[in-house]
Design a protein around this ligand. Structure first.
Ligand code: ZN
Length: 201
């Protein structure tokens, strides 16, 4: 594409038209992903997208089962070591996986194996703690066996909270103490979008 600068001289310029599925790569699920009456990405306040980050490591049980999920006991075990979950945090599950390799494996095997959150843990984080977001190093916040009915998506997103799927590099983030910056363009009606999930620590 060519353009003309202020002096009337043509300058080289490059740009692309981009068309993508919102729920691609490392991405955020906005509440409206599970109901258009809920907040879209553009309606999530910035103060909900810069939050303390907590990492719960379930890699030991994920090594035994590709469908391992976070249970309330995992959260309580984390709290015994690190103290109560900070208010307004994001809880990320470290299952020790590369989410994109897992997605390719599932596609090849026509399977839905996936680590994620169990519904009891999701309810605990929403109702007994003050958690704003959850994140998984898999491609769904629901663990594999729950994928057909998506109970965690239904409950969590419809409560006005967000999720990040396909987060990476959790092994280099401390269990507590990092600040998560969820870099997402505030597109008015988006139900999700690829994000730069940046941990500062
Ligand atoms: Zn999604």
């Amino acid at each position: 594409m060519e353009s003309v600068d202020g002096s009337g001289v043509a300058v080289g310029m490059k740009m692309h038209r981009l068309a993508l599925i919102e729920h691609t790569g490392t991405h955020i699920d906005a509440p409206s992903h599970f109901g258009e009456q809920f907040k879209s990405l553009g309606e999530i306040p910035l103060s909900d997208l810069v939050v303390p980050l907590v990492v719960v490591d379930i890699s030991a049980k994920a090594a035994k089962s590709r469908d391992a999920q976070v249970e309330p006991a995992d959260v309580l075990a984390w709290e015994r070591r690190h103290g109560r979950l900070p208010d307004g945090c994001c809880v990320a599950v470290h299952s020790g996986w590369d989410p994109f390799a897992e997605m390719a494996r599932n596609q090849a095997a026509h399977s839905h194996n996936s680590t994620g959150f169990g519904i009891e843990a999701a309810r605990m984080l929403a109702e007994k703690r003050r958690v704003k977001g959850i994140a998984v190093d898999a491609m769904t916040i629901d663990s594999g066996p729950n994928v057909p009915s998506y109970p965690v998506h239904q409950f969590w997103l419809r409560s006005g909270r967000w999720g990040i799927e396909g987060i990476t590099n959790l092994r280099s983030v401390p269990p507590v103490g990092a600040l998560l910056v969820v870099g997402a363009a505030p597109i008015a009606e988006a139900t999700g979008l690829p994000v730069r999930a940046i941990a500062l620590f």
